[in-house]
Design a protein around this ligand. Sequence first.
Ligand SMILES: [Zn+2]
Length: 452
Amino acid sequence: MLFGSTRVRTAPAPVRSTSLIKALCLCLSLVLFPLSAAPPAAADSTAAPLTSHLESCLAAPGVRRDVEVVEDPTPEPTDDPLFHTHYDTDVLGKVFEDGAWQTRFRVYYQGQQHALAVKVADLLTRFYCYGRERLDPSGAFISPVHSIAMPDGSERAEPTNFYLDNGHPGGGRESDGRMYMLQSSTPRNPLEVVREVAHEFSHLTVPGIHEFSDSAAPEDWLNGYLGESLYMEWLGDDTEQTVIPAATVSNWSAGRQRVLEDAFLKLGPQRLLREPAAHFWEVAGLLLYLKQLYGTEAMARVLKFSNDFRRNTASAITLNMDDALSTEKWDSVTVPGGLAAPIDGDADPGANPQNSVSIAPGAAVRAWVFLHAGAHRLKIAVDGVNWRLRGARIGSGKAWAPLGTVTAGTASIDFPASGSGWYETQWRNTGSQPMNLLGWTWQRATGEGTKQ
Ligand SMILES: [Zn+2]
């Protein structure tokens, strides 16, 4: 027994704020700018990954160990296909799946690296479970498990190999469905071990977007860097102590995601969508920002559409967003106040920057949201004294449309049909007291009327 209890717990759903807005301020102003969609890319089809239904991987605590690492009872000497290094020893990463323990990973090592091999195998099995739980429901988890044909015509699921290679320089590497940690005996910060494993695993399991012309892009495919922040976020949700404290990996992932989202917001959707291929990190930020707005499932759906029809180029990102979010499920989106950034004056993040923003008198904030074509109803809830909504401007932004007075309670404002794209919303506190903005909700009108 190497890891006595390696159960993984289902993480809470992504934080979504409510539309309740507590306020002490008096006035708001709101600005909208639609953006055009990217040109369509050629459609094609790809072979579906081998998938199997998974129910038990993240079973409730106390039910069963769902991932585990064990010694290989029958180790077979092997040479890795890339460097032809010889290995005599390995450990197995197992997942309880389809009603039985399945060997999903073999981690090969040499010499004194048994402990590191166990850590890597533990991470791989957990990442596998997180991917199945969080990406697979949207069809966005590419299983690393491959089937091989047997002489009798049947198929056998083949584990994925990971090699601890001490004979070659470098960090992590993925090659033809196999993963490596190079210079494996070089001391590493545990966080870096986690990141390298998450990064290489992401190259195998997260749909890729590529063909960037960005000179700042560290590699052609986005899935390594995008996926590592996702898998590390989910590892941070794990209530079990793993190879690293959950808070450490959570903080790292949250910080990385914030940096990428800020890069996207700083550039702005207009500039990004004019030339998405030129902005590797900003496209990652866009997808993570979309996760904040619509949730993990929606972001995963965008990745799935990127993968399904070989629309996996950076320039197809808006087309994939449009298709992925076109169902009724995404007709409503709540923008957390914490996503709003100051324009001028004082605007301080609230106690929880994900959920609210404090706006001083005279100050303004803005936030971007991706909306589908159609008429929309903006819904806000006011708690406290009267608010007065100064107006709104749409499109060119030259004309203000008076929208009347909003008193205490819930207010709805209808906007006429407009095109699909990113919209900027601005809120200005023209009152004399600070205002705490938690968020606001856009509801797309469907059919005859507007849904409530
Ligand atoms: Zn990479």
